[in-house]
Design a protein around this ligand. Sequence first.
Ligand code: BGC
Length: 733
Amino acid sequence: MIRISDKQKEWIKKLLSQMTLEEKIGQMNQESVSIVGGFDVPFEELIEMVTDGRISQEAFEKIMSTAAQDYHEADIRAGRVGSLMVQNPRKCNELQKIAVEESRLGIPLLFGLDVIHGFRTVYPIAIAEACAFDMDLFERTARMAAKESRTQGVNWHFAPMLDVARDARWGRVSEGPGEDPYLVSCFARAKVRGLQNDTSSPENYVAACLKHFVAYGACEAGRDYNTVSMAHSMLCNNYLPPFAAAVEEGAATVMAAFHDLNGVPCTVNAGILRTMLKENYGFDGFVVSDANAIRECVTHGIAADEEAAGQTAVKAGLDMDMGTQIYKKHLKQAVADGRLSEKLIDEAVERILTVKMWLGLFEHPYVEERSMDRYEVLPREHLALAREAGCKSAVLLKNEGHLLPLHKKTKISLVGSLADKKEEVAGAWAISYRTNDCVSIKEGFENAGANVRYFPCGGPDTELEEEEIKKAASYGDVIVAVVGETAAMSGEAASKADLTLPGKQRELLEKLLATGKPVAVLLMNGRPLALHWEAEHIPAILECWQMGVEMGNAVADLVFGAVNPQGRLSVSFPQVTGQCPIYYNHPNTGRPGGKSKFTSRYLDVTEQPEFPFGFGLSYTEYQYHNLTVREEGDRLVVCVEVENTGTITGTETVQLYMRDVTASIVRPVKELKGFEKVTLEPGERREIILCLKKEEMGFYNNEGEYRLEDGVFTIYAGGNARDCLKQDLYITF
Ligand code: BGC
């Protein structure tokens, strides 16, 4: 719940009673269209232009601020704008001043922006950060982003992105915390706390926006914006829980998704927005559309024109229009003609004003001049946090013969154009960082004092340089190859039908291996890749993702052994693209995959992933012993011993899974139900106790009822979703 006092609630009601219909509708209008060279350019296209280098970051900032100024001033003065996307603090103050001092009722503006994985200090993309399995970290990085952005005027983050995603073809897997509803829910809660909970000063918190409501991650064939058809039980058990958790944690806003869910675009889907979110979950914040999504309802073919789309959206419970100005243009007439009840408008506006009140905007509408330059130079503790997050996010996928860590004195040929690209470390959604703050892998190795020489040789979007390959082959005693994807190859509108290493990178690796020298691969990418060949041939593979500004330093910490890898995959990696969607918690078939022909399998590849969910190696090894499970009142107490059998200290993520063996609907073969990180000295063996509340062992059926059904359950504990100890027991509820 958003906490404001009864007195403040009364004050809002009074304010609402003084507003004209036009002013009310103005609050429901977020303008996100900018003007470039006299043309209207949709915001996402603008982002695309920045991403592919058509305009620079600096030019983008300028456009955002001047466009806002030219285009919006009159509207703000007339009370026709509730929110804008601007990220220049002085510009925010100028526009805010018009809203507060020159509009009739002085209602402050909300400034929203995509702050998905950091603001000035960019930390790892969400799919990577989730691999840390570390709620405290999730919360701290969010708090850092909130503080940095608020001093720049941005008081509303379009984050966290909570789309459970099981199909690596979808480019937006990079933006979310993976495939598992439990882990995504943990991430959801922590992010909301980090963004919203430090209300000690208005400079410390922002409004979160949970997105994309809901099941966007299930878009058919992994193609962005595509249709989603889904059983209600699947929706309730897998896609809704993270949103329910984040709403319970007090999230202030929610963004409706672009796609149609069972035939109804989420933008106008009363069943999910009004019934599920607002009535069932008791969500008391407001819902914003995704960019231009109200207009797209006409394209979907479920509204005859913009006016009809706008009305249906309001009726469905969509409180704010991002980017189309359809509310601004059409709602007044619809109310005047009696086609739309003003009561629905009042409800939406009350929610929006409540969030503005909770943010402290009525009392503190401006960014303080003295705070504006606070993050000009990134503070040491923010960089340290980004580096810590990077180190915890990397996942060691293979390490034959303990090739890693390397000794700094070892002669290293560092290969691959991605190793020397500062701008590639930030990931697809970073828009408020500066390239100069980014540390490339090459710089990280140099900073660490490694005996390294760099040879570009080729990359995801470049040709191979044969001469460089020869030089690299003859120089180093070890070759470290940085391969993967550019940042633009994942993220929004970046779906792919082939998940093998793009370009000629496989060929590059083949040539490097042919030298006979040991080759370690560092992966830099925003989605699971199909790495079957690499997993067979390359001795050491470290999945580094896109780690943010401190990437090079964090990667050097890991490669040279200052830090022992501890990340665990937040998503399954397929062997080949055709296995997608592939996820560990799938429902069982009547013919589980096996050796005989008539089973649920492929002829040309097993049904197993290359690397399972929860998987990750370290520079030491762990063994599990003596799983015991006992019932204690309303919970299960699961004990398992974990032993560090290697020679260095390490942090293991002990994972608890369950399976409901017999139920009235088919249940997943495994479901994550808890985890705990434990740091063990070499030779240390420790008992870990994980508790599972019996009330959390149920499921939703297709009528939306939560069922706890007596029967046999299998409880698993282990270091990933595949390799676990297990015990069966009969549970009565
Ligand atoms: C994306 C959202 C984002 C919005 C505003 C849309 O294209 O789907 O995730 O918050 O743009 O930038």
